[in-house]
Unconditional design. Sequence first.
Lengths: 281, 175
Amino acid sequence: MGKLPALAILVLFPAVAYAQTPTCDKLEGEQKQLARELLSTQHPYDCCDGTIIECLQEKPVCALAYRLAENICLRVADKQDRDKITRGLSRRARSMMAGKKSKIDLEGLSSVGKGGAPVTLVEYACARCPFCAKITPKLHEAVIEGVLKGKVKMYFKVFPIRGHSHSKETGLGFMAAVEMGRFWEFLMHSYENFDRFCIKRQFNWAEAAGMDKETFKQLVADPGVRDRVVASKKEGIVNKVEATPTFFINGRKFFGDMNFEEMIDILEEEYDRVKGIEYRK
Amino acid sequence: MSAEAKKQTWFSGLGTALRDAVLITAACSVMGLLVNLFHPEKIPYIAEEEYETLVPCPEPGGEVTPLEATDPSIHAEDTFIVDARRKPEHQVWKLRDAMSIPYDYLEPIPDQTLKELIRRTQKTGARRVLVYGDGKDPDSGEQAGREISGKGIKNVFFVKGGAPALKGPEPGGGP
């Protein structure tokens, strides 16, 4: 009879440990089974040596284990299969643990976010990239007034994709806006009106972003501005940028899944790491 | 058969074809609805949330193989050579009868230039295209090679180290 309570504890304990993140708690049936299997086999790449579920049982709880558990359960809830989830986790680990940092020249670029923010996010993007047009304004907002406020400062590097129509002209436009000190205003306006683009509108958009139309036109045609765009593109190629958007977090290339929620999560993870926040309060 | 009768037959045939098309479309639609009705994960008739597939936009390009500047195939007769450096540099020095296609980091190689490249490789019976550039990091030769390869031209190579590697050390100690 004495063995029964011990057996019950053994059976129930993983469930207790499992029920520690909001998304994991909501899973049911096969999804719950898959999440449990992944949590019992995957390891956090920092902070704790055991499997994620083992790490969740320790006190204090490793912040990364909790973050990864929530990430796995979100992916399971999103109906991703086992392979896709493990591939995603592996790319995330590769992004966060890479030793090599890329050299990125940020001189003369305007950033958003607090100057002293410990995480630097650099985005290489094309002015005519539809994905960039969706994700960049969201990240901009998160850095200015959302969950990343005070944690992240964000820079943008022009990387015109040759396959995009008018990528050169719009890339020159972005760089001209940098020169005129109205870069983020122009970028937000251009991306908000992405589907209404035609090359002639670029000059009106410059005006709408608070720039003098004629000066903007002159800068777009300026060989010096062109050289800066070419230099930005060359630097991207050296840093192995092969598509847009490509993000660098504190100098490390990000290989993980490129969706807004994942980006936010990984930037918060980097903030915790830089600030030495290893355990959950 | 008179012209009038022919016209009548033609219209009658068109009418039958149209009727059959409508019937087939209707039958397919009904079948689709029935399959969706009994499907465990029904597709909603009206999208509940915005559907969009967003993937990063890749820089177009194809496979390109690096070659050492000392590789003997560089000097083979069936190798067609492309110089990706700027025109003034090409005019000062070039390898054999290299075709000048200056690589621009912002603009694609013009279609007309690519057509000319294809025409000349076919005319010379070349089996490979070898591109050399400025040898810098990034190397314009490698980038031009990628673009040429991405446009469907096979067997594209680039010279590691570009023109400086091909020329060898210059008198006076320069590269």
